[in-house]
Design a protein around this ligand. Structure first.
Ligand code: ADP
Ligand code: ZN
Length: 292
């Protein structure tokens, strides 16, 4: 069958047509501008392709609760044109197919869980460190919801005493996203993150904050494995730094072979490369088709 997939991001929209086995046959990228300019372009991409379902992994916060009055809305996003926009309704009216809807990171966790590094995990985490920091959680193959969905990119961390950068989260200043996102690195050090590749201090500090967050997530979610993706994690030197510091932050409290002897297989890059999100959206579409 043919399924549409949309990874809706704050700067770009990745659109794809694919099959339920994860194979993508067509894709394009459309910049995220206003609802009025961007939505017609997105709908146009999916029209006349014969899609039988659409999956949307969306920047948040969103309302993924199918029983809620505001189901399908992008809610309190700082991206003003998209605030309180019912994106599911807009696509349903244009395409008339079942729609699966979740956060971009829950979608990416689902993609990695179906075809990538999180296969077979009872509890799986996908974390992106990019323009923002997002955390997707799947439990028994289903994205975690509850009150809304995890927004664990905004947890409060213990700041390192020599770090005087105030943080750049518009809501909390020095939450995880405010201290460790790509723009936070650039704000703190005054250069693009990729230009700082050789500066050990940058990645040592960065790995402290990511490791603290991971230690918290390990304690709270008890994940079987953690995938770290997003633009900042293109700095592969971060992986060994983060793994060592996670062990330090956990201390001897969690004394498991998975963490002590085999952490290289516990904190890993995405197996699907840059496709975790779009393949996850494809899977969301397929799940919506099955449950329709
Ligand atoms: P988005 O989060 O917008 O979907 P990305 O995951 O690509 O997009 O994240 C973009 C952020 O990642 C930017 O702040 C950028 O500076 C940073 N980034 C991108 N490539 C690299 C790299 N090679 N090294 C370090 N940081 C990078
Ligand atoms: Zn925040």
């Amino acid at each position: 069958m043919i399924i549409g997939a949309l990874e809706a991001g704050g700067t770009k929209m990745v659109c794809a047509i694919g099959h339920e086995n994860g194979k993508i046959i067509k894709r394009t990228v459309i910049p995220t501008e206003t609802v009025d300019t961007t939505m017609p372009k997105l709908i146009n991409f999916f029209l006349n392709e014969g899609i039988e379902a659409l999956g949307i992994g969306c920047f948040g916060p969103i309302d993924p609760d199918i029983n809620s009055k505001t189901y399908g809305y992008i809610t309190s996003t700082p991206k003003l044109p998209w605030r309180n926009f019912n994106i599911v309704k807009a696509f349903y009216e244009a395409l008339k197919v079942p729609i699966g809807f979740d956060t971009d990171v829950n979608g990416a966790a689902l993609g990695e869980g179906t075809w990538g590094a999180l296969q077979g995990c009872e509890v799986s985490l996908y974390i992106t460190i990019g323009t923002g920091v997002g955390v997707g959680v799947c439990i028994h193959g289903k994205p975690l919801h509850g009150l809304m969905h995890p927004e664990a990119g905004h947890i409060i961390l213990r700041r390192l005493s020599h770090d005087t950068y105030k943080g750049n989260c518009p809501y909390h200043s020095d939450c995880l996203e405010g201290l460790a996102s790509g723009p936070a690195i650039e704000g703190r050090w005054g250069k693009k993150a990729y230009e700082l590749e050789d500066n050990y201090k940058v990645w040592d500090l960065e790995s402290h904050y990511i490791a603290q967050a991971l230690a918290n997530f390990i304690l709270c979610y008890s994940p079987n494995r953690i995938v770290l993706g997003g633009g900042v994690m293109k700095q592969k030197q971060l992986f060994p730094l983060i793994r060592a510091k996670v062990r330090e932050y956990l201390g001897d409290y969690i004394s498991l072979a998975k963490i002590n002897d085999n952490i290289e297989n516990y904190i890993v890059p995405p197996a699907l490369g840059d496709n975790s999100g779009i393949m996850g959206a494809l899977r969301l579409g397929y799940q919506a088709y099955l449950s329709f």
